[in-house]
Each structure stands twice: as structure tokens, then as C-alpha cells.
Design a binder for this molecule. Sequence first.
Ligand code: COI
Length: 354
Amino acid sequence: MEEIKIQRAAKLKEKPDPKTLGFGKIFSDHMFLLDYHAGQGWHDPRIVPYGPFMLDPSAMVFHYAQEVFEGLKAYRAPDGSVQLFRPADNARRMADSCDRLCIPPVPEELFVEAVKALVKVDADWVPNEPGTSLYIRPFVIATDASLGVHASHSYLFCIITGPVGAYYAEGINPVKIYVENDDVRAVKGGTGYTKCGGNYAASIRAGERAEEQGYAQVLWLDGVHRKYIEEVGSMNVMFKVDGKIITPALTGSVLPGITRRSCLELLRDWGYAVEERLITAEELFDAAESGKLEEAWGTGTAAVISPIGEMGWKDKHVVVNGGEIGSLTQKLYDTLTGIQWGVEPDPYGWTVKL
Ligand code: COI
């Protein structure tokens, strides 16, 4: 592996108050860059001061959205050390996303080394207030200056980071979600299982409509039958129904979340029956109306574990667990974040010290 060159910023930025962090507005001092050119492969890994790129206006990413991204976090443990959570899983998923978007995959070992090297350089940016972390956003863009619709021959892999608090304004308080009936986010055979910008662009209109009605986010239905629930824009979803855990199966249009995978491993270890399967909106709302839906929550890197307190669908509106966080949701949150922040032992080997 080529050595990562480091060019440090001449002037460091002022750090924000860690008590007032939101999500995704503040960025640290440095970024990681890696180039790809056909014939040369991925080359020239470097860490440079955070700043704008110069790109040709005809760069393919602007026109045909040949782009993929990832999201992971670095956490400050009580002894002051910094740790990552399952970074190799993000590297693997980005390689899968690249494959779907015809982008040459970034070698997985290089992805993890690059994340570690960048977080080491900006380690002072990892906040230590409860509930805060350093969000890490790796992404690849197609840079060929060309308007022909084909795979680009050149790419840029970049990683930026920034300190974050809760993704939702509600924090750990339950969010309201709305089942979208008109727009669809993804279909089987499309890009739904990847993290590509286009999936998120397609979700914005329904998200705005939901927000106008007082909901935090949209719960997507499958794009073919329009009846099976899939995921919320920024998280996977899980439900406790009659003591069992049900969650939408990964059918190709649902993101294979790393927090989702971790929660399912925890739940199975705790002895819960877990069903990954198709779930209709009708089944979900029937369970809620008959009192069988005990808890509902979302899982995601940014969203962590977010309790769902209310759900709307057409003219229906249901409140889950009296609008309060449920005991299993709280246990998942405490266990997962305990491992992530290094306050609980990590029997799974999920955390990676810098
Ligand atoms: C993440 O959870 O890391 C994501 O990429 C979701 C994004 C919508 C914030």
C-alpha cells in the first residue's frame, strides 16, 4: 500500500461547543484524497487541509450521479482513546455500492487505513460530550469531463469528518414517521441497496411533504406492489410485535445497515425471535391498532437508535407505546452506544482503536 502523505493545515479552525452540536454542518481541519485513473488504478493517497475542489463543470458526477458514499463514526472512550465501529463493514459495503455504480472499488484495507489516518490527524475533533461523536463521510465521485453516458475513467475518493450530536432534533425522543404512498425511493434491480446520492435525491420531495405535516421522515413502501414497508430515509426500521422482532428483509431495495446488523445480532443473543421478512403497511397498522405493536425504532449510523412514537399512513394515525421510548429500544440504545463509546465491554470485537 502506498504511504499516505500528510500536508497539515497552516491554521486550525476553532472547535465548536460540543454541547450544541447538530448534524453535518461543521467540518474538521483535514480531508483524505485518493485518485483513480484508468491504467493506473487508485493512487496518491494524501491528507490535506479541508477545502473546496476544482472540478470541470462537465465532470460526470454532476450529470449522471455516478457517486457512492458511506457513513461511520469515531467515538471518544472514557480513557480518552478514540475508537471506530465496524469500519471494515463500511469498506465492504462501499465496495458493493461501487460495483453497482460501475466504479472501481476502493481496496477495503486502504479504506480502513485512510479512515484511521485521517481521524488520527484530526483526533482533537472527536468530541467527548455524551451522545457526540466524529461523523466520517467517505465518498467517491466520477471526475471524467464528458457528457457521454458511460462509466467514468477517473474518480476521486475523499473522506471528510465533522463533530456531530443527534441526527434528529428530537434526539433520543420518539420521532413521527409517515408512510409515503405516491413517490418511491427504490425498486429491486435498482440502486436501493447501495449508498448512492441518487437514492437520497429521490427521497427529498416526499420528505418535504411529510415535514409539512409535522412528521420527521418518510417510511418507504416497496416500489412494485406499494404495500411492503422498506426503510426510513436515514435508517432501517424494526418493530416489536407480540414479543417478536420483525424487520423488513433485505430484498435488494433496502440498505443493509451496519447498525441494523449489529442490533439483530444483539437481539438474537438476548434470545428474541427475529424475523427478517416482508411486512405490509396493513399488517403494521393492524398490529398497532390491536395493541400488538409494542415498540418501533429506527437504526442507523447517524440516527443511532431512534424510537418511533407515532406513525401516519393515508388517513390512519397510530401512537406507539404511548409515544414513549420502549424498554427494549432503550436497552438497544444503551448497549450499542455503550460498546461504541467504550463504556461497555465489546464481546463482539466491533470496535477498532486508532
Ligand atoms: C448514515 O447514517 O451515516 C447515513 O449516511 C444516513 C444519512 C441520511 C445521514
